[in-house]
Design a protein around this ligand. Structure first.
Ligand code: G6P
Length: 365
């Protein structure tokens, strides 16, 4: 088992460090040399993609958070309405031609019972289905009309890490592909996107190189009463995902909020003993979130800011500086917060790769 961990204390830490490679695999051969077009190796006819009226994403857990990220990208750049559904809550509704709805099942394992059951509901209703998965030969690949693989390699740690970033990277490729087919994305914007994707493995590596700083911060805050994560736009799913990571492996109370919602309730929970982690990335409308940061600071909470622009975070107690990476910057922020969650949990001596009560793949509804 030690050999499988390649010298890391846990599979989760190994998988966090594998992310640059996982991301390179996700995009390998899918972007042309000049970063002008995408090849997804999937048979989705242009005419069909032009005629889609809605995309419905179905997923659970971390994959659901990747779905929320994908919605932001797809609606903004491919101009298609997207709804994201927790798979166990999904029902196919509406009376238009169901084939004009593309149902995208995001599932690392390809075996999650709730996601498969939602997929079957979509198939019964007559929708076209597409799977986004890590697992060759999995049930979802056999049942969906088409499949795109995220190519992250095997993930052993129960808490998903590299598969989340690979899901978002692959959803970004899908966004550019759709945006080009639907003529909603200019060629310049497509190239900028594809270049950010190519820069992503290097940006993630720069965050991994800051592990000692993040580990020190984890020690400082590990004994807090609760942890709140806030973000906007694509920073919001990253806030949800980062909070999920911490609660899964440290057993601490952690919650993610859309930054603007803090004042509509959660602010009542904020005390000097509840650090607030603010995702202050460009794309996440950092300036507005800074106002929310001030609100929690005035209640005595410590703030950890994650940003590429140090000017934005001058007042925070702790700063994780990340490289700028365009629309994918929140993904880079997520990597810093994976390390934070890992080191909080490790300081507490938790069984990080196999948290109590959780399974890597849940095959019951
Ligand atoms: C379980 C795992 C989570 C995962 C979720 C969905 O709850 O513990 O890490 O996000 O299932 O899994 P899937 O394989 O469908 O992405």
């Amino acid at each position: 088992e030690a050999a499988g961990k390649s010298g890391y204390e846990h599979y989760m830490l190994k998988e966090i460090h594998e992310q640059p490679r996982a991301l390179r695999q996700a995009i390998s051969g899918r972007i042309d040399d000049l970063a002008t077009s995408v090849d997804l190796e999937v048979d989705l006819p242009t005419e069909y993609l032009q005629s889609i009226e809605e995309i419905q994403i179905i997923a659970c857990g971390t994959s659901y958070h990747a779905g929320l990220y994908a919605k932001e990208l797809l609606e903004t750049h491919a101009e298609v309405p997207v709804t994201v559904h927790i798979a166990s809550e999904y029902e196919f509704r509406g009376d238009r031609d169901p084939w004009r709805t593309l149902v995208l099942a995001i599932t690392q394992s390809g075996e999650t019972a709730d996601t498969l059951s939602a997929l079957r509901e979509a198939i019964r209703a007559g929708a076209r289905t597409l799977a986004l998965t890590n697992t060759l030969g999995s049930t979802v690949t056999r049942e969906a009309d088409d499949t795109i693989f995220i190519r992250a390699g095997p993930e052993i740690g129960v808490a998903a890490t590299k598969t989340f970033v690979s899901q978002v990277a692959t959803a970004t490729l899908l966004t550019v592909y759709l945006g080009q087919v639907r003529e909603t994305l200019t060629s310049q914007a497509a190239t900028e996107f594809l270049e950010s994707l190519r820069d992503l493995p290097g940006a993630v590596q720069q965050v991994l190189d800051q592990e000692p700083t993040i580990k020190r911060a984890a020690k400082t805050y590990a004994d807090s009463k609760a942890f709140f994560y806030v973000g906007r736009k694509t920073g919001y799913p990253v806030a949800l995902e980062s909070a999920l990571k911490l609660k899964e492996i440290s057993y601490d109370h952690a919650e993610g909020f859309a930054a603007g919602e803090l004042k509509h309730g959660p602010l009542a929970l904020v005390t000097p003993d509840t650090p607030v982690i603010a995702i202050l990335t460009d794309q996440a409308a950092a300036e507005k979130t800074v106002n929310n940061v001030k609100e929690v600071e005035s209640r005595g909470a410590a703030v950890i800011g994650v940003a590429s622009d140090p000017a934005i975070t001058t007042n925070v107690d702790t700063m994780f500086e990340i490289p700028a990476c365009g629309p994918l910057e929140p993904v880079v922020a997520n990597v810093a917060l994976q390390l934070f969650a890992y080191h909080v949990a490790n300081k507490k001596g938790r069984p990080i790769d196999k948290p109590r009560n959780l399974a890597k793949s849940v095959t019951v509804e």
